[in-house]
Write a protein that binds this ligand. Structure first.
Ligand code: NAP
Ligand code: ZN
Ligand code: ZN
Length: 351
């Protein structure tokens, strides 16, 4: 298969910083769209992958799965978009398209394994996939999204992961105007969870470790903020929430949050992957029919639904635009929870 060499930013090992590297992109096939990348959001998963926090990173690795750009080529069978249109790509670039999950528009739960936008197994080239910290990307049209015309392009990029990852549980657990939702952690996912839950009409609270984020949370749409380290404050919201979206990336005690769930309420983990510590106590779960659940990004149809909703409600991410040369510093700031509230790379800086 024919390929072209392009510029990207990637890491060569778990302890390496991101640097300029060359990668290969395939030439378009009949179903492919080639996108010139204009903006790429910076997700905490990019950092987890670069540093091999989850194991399994293949090097060199090029992160980035919040991609917005302009279509430069389309294959002969493509109908969704044409050259010159704006387009977006999220966390998925392929799946089997035939299993029960794929047929149900749940490509993220493909029973044969989805192909991630980075560090996935590219079915065309047989190598690993490379993400959006690069000049361009080639993706099957099924995995390409349309961008609402009224939204700022740079601020739209984070919707492709932070947006859909929080939208999917809000929809699955049927959040609406009578719902009481809480969000744990005010970072990229957390701030989108507040905006989207508010857009759906819910009452929204934020659990944060930092009182310094209170003003911002209210400005983002939260009705109130609970400081998670303050026991009296935590006690004051016992039994309150129908749905809690927990975005914390590292192991943490979920028991205090379960206590704040209403009867039949659900705590959905979207951040931390791994064994929970300290041990989760089943007593409040059994006595209150409470659930602890997990959720992974969202399917393509649901991602388009979220983008269209954001277009109608004028919802975008609050971003700090950076050059690709600043990416290593951005990672260090992300580790200190110093993100307001998503870094987005202006990919013109790579050209
Ligand atoms: P982020 O911007 O770094 O935000 C995470 C927030 O969690 C921080 O701002 C902080 O908020 C809080 N936090 C950080 N470390 C903490 C700790 N040790 N204990 C308690 N709270 C802590 O990260 P993100 O991009 O939103 O991603 C969040 C997590 O979701 C990552 O692990 C990422 O890999 C994962 N993720 C999952 C999916 C999925 O499909 N399930 C999709 C995308 C990302 P406060 O300062 O307000 O406490
Ligand atoms: Zn992500
Ligand atoms: Zn499948």
């Amino acid at each position: 298969m024919e390929t072209t060499k392009i510029k990207a930013y990637g890491v060569q090992s778990a302890v390496d910083t991101l640097k300029l590297i060359d990668i290969q992109r395939r030439e378009i096939t009949a179903n492919d769209i080639e996108i010139d990348i204009l903006y790429c959001g910076v997700c905490h998963s990019d950092l987890h992958t670069a540093r091999n926090d989850w194991g399994g990173t293949v090097y060199p690795a090029v992160p980035g799965h919040e991609i917005v750009g302009k279509v430069t080529k389309v294959g002969s069978s493509v109908t969704k978009l044409k050259v010159g249109d704006y387009a977006a790509v999220g966390c998925l670039v392929d799946s089997c398209r035939t299993c029960a999950s794929c047929k149900d528009d749940l490509e993220q739960y493909c029973l044969n394994g989805f192909t991630g936008t980075y560090n996935g197994k590219d079915k065309h080239l047989g190598t690993q996939t490379f993400g959006g910290y690069s000049e361009k990307v080639v993706v099957d049209e099924h995995f390409v999204l349309k961008v609402p015309a009224n939204l700022d392009l740079a601020a739209t990029a984070p919707l492709l992961c932070a947006g859909i990852t929080t939208w999917s549980p809000l929809r699955h657990w049927k959040v609406g105007k009578d719902s009481k939702v809480a969000v744990v952690g005010l970072g990229g996912l957390g701030h989108m969870a507040i905006k989207l839950a508010k857009g759906l009409g819910a009452h929204v609270s934020l659990f944060s470790r930092s009182a310094s984020k209170t003003k911002d949370a209210i400005a983002l749409g939260a009705d109130d903020v609970i400081i998670s380290s303050d026991n009296a404050h935590m006690n004051s919201v016992k039994g309150k929430f129908d749905l809690i979206i927990d975005t914390v990336p590292y192991v943490h005690d979920v028991n205090p949050y379960v206590a704040t769930l209403n009867i039949s309420g659900t705590l959905v983990l979207v951040g931390y992957l791994g064994g929970l510590e300290p041990i989760v106590n089943s007593v409040p779960m059994i006595l209150g029919r409470k659930s602890i659940a997990g959720s992974l990004i969202g399917g393509l149809a649901e991602t388009q639904e979220m983008l269209d909703f954001c277009g109608e409600h004028n919802i975008v991410s609050d971003i700090e635009l950076i050059n690709i040369q600043d990416i290593n510093e951005a990672y260090e700031r992300m580790l200190k929870s110093d993100v307001h509230y998503r870094f987005v790379i202006d990919m013109a800086s790579l050209k």
